[in-house]
Design a protein around this ligand. Sequence first.
Ligand code: BES
Ligand code: ZN
Ligand code: ZN
Length: 479
Amino acid sequence: MNINFTQRIDDNVNQLIVTVLFLDSDNKLIYKNVTLSDDDKTVLEKGGKETSRFKSGCTATQLWYVAGKKDDENAIRKTCAFFYKTAKKYSYSNAVLDFGTNESGIENLRLAEIISDSLFMSDYKYDAFKKDDSVKLENVTICLDIPADQAASVIEKNTIIAKGINLIRDMVNAPANIMTIDKFEETAKNACRECDLQVNVLDKKTLCEKGMNLLLAVGQAGIQEPRMLEITYHGAENEKTNFIVGKGIVFDAGGMNLKTGNGLNDMKMDMAGAATALGIITTAASLKLNCNITVLLPLAENAISSKSMHTGDVIVGYKKKSVEINNTDAEGRLILADAIAYADEQKPELIIDIATLTGAALIALGSKITAGFFTDKTVKDKMLKAAQITGEGLWELPLADDYRGYLKSDIADLSNISSPPREAGTITAALFLQSFVENAKWVHLDIAGPAFLDNDWNAYPAGATGAMLKTIICYFETK
Ligand code: BES
Ligand code: ZN
Ligand code: ZN
């Protein structure tokens, strides 16, 4: 999809024209500095639509869309999603989004950023197995006054971000028979080659030597051997690295605590954290961000077979802490524990982990908001601000001391599930992970809800979303 910022509507093509209007504080409609009458408003709210013919003979369908109140960035995102869907619905390959004199209350450059981001996000379909024969929206003209060089850099940046998001989407939407551990490794190597990054693979033998027994235990029944990918991006001199650890369970059947019924649905998406971390590092490298990032991707399949972990097994991982496995379905925290302990040992600036960790996060915050845990206030403020800028939902939950005792085991240092069992599942999972962090500042992002949508939402088609890539990129962009 080409996006072009200009103020002139080309009358040599058949196209859809959507004119965007805003309400002022008195709920009056304004367009091109003119306040429209209440009658106009009534007509527009009923869905004004007009088909006209240009002098050239080409036709245009003109729609008016009331975005909402001024100063609302989310209203712009919704408008772009409406615009994209409408063009697809009427099979237009050319369409114009007309902001007139920009009455949105948002400055032109910021508006251009939000528009191009939202349109690129809309322009995705997972079509590996079912051909999409709908008409492609090829050319979008945005009527908005911004200098050509600024327009070009906004488009360039958002093209790179969309590429990162679509890499995640393709990986997470791919079924588990395709996105196996081998295939994940191959996809990571291909994506990294394009931006000059090396992938270091810690194979089963190396994991054994290093004592990463939690990762090995989770993966011991999988079709392919568990492993850990390590990727480093060096973009800043004399600065410590930031680790990003992503949960890479290529399918979560639950193990011996087998998931049942709907619980098994969409468990191909349990590698979304790892795919997201990969998307972040390739995007950071393509944008040449001024920071250092090391990604750790523990990969395993949580399968059921005679080789699966048993409940009651005690495993000593990389950190030499013993863990009693009281539920084999709480596997994400096990593979992350080894990776986090390994990262912490390198004395990094920061560790961020991203994981589809708990069903409880989906219950608590739904599919539009990520649960965030932070040990450092400056990092927290900066990341919450980044989420606001990118429009992604992120909400802090507490690392509550009162719940630490819930992870006690009679025979090991820790139990992998909490008791009482149904209380504060997202928080106790975070506390489990925190016990593997000794030195570093740490952020834990539970994306169990936002990683994968059951239904379309704004610019996000159902399925994988790439949630949190934009926020973390924005975090590293600002020093
Ligand atoms: N991968 C799941 C969490 C999940 C559930 C992600 C639904 C996305 C949607 C995780 O491994 C899991 O099974 N967690 C258990 C933990 C429990 C056994 C303490 C859960 O949430 O039920
Ligand atoms: Zn599980
Ligand atoms: Zn899982």
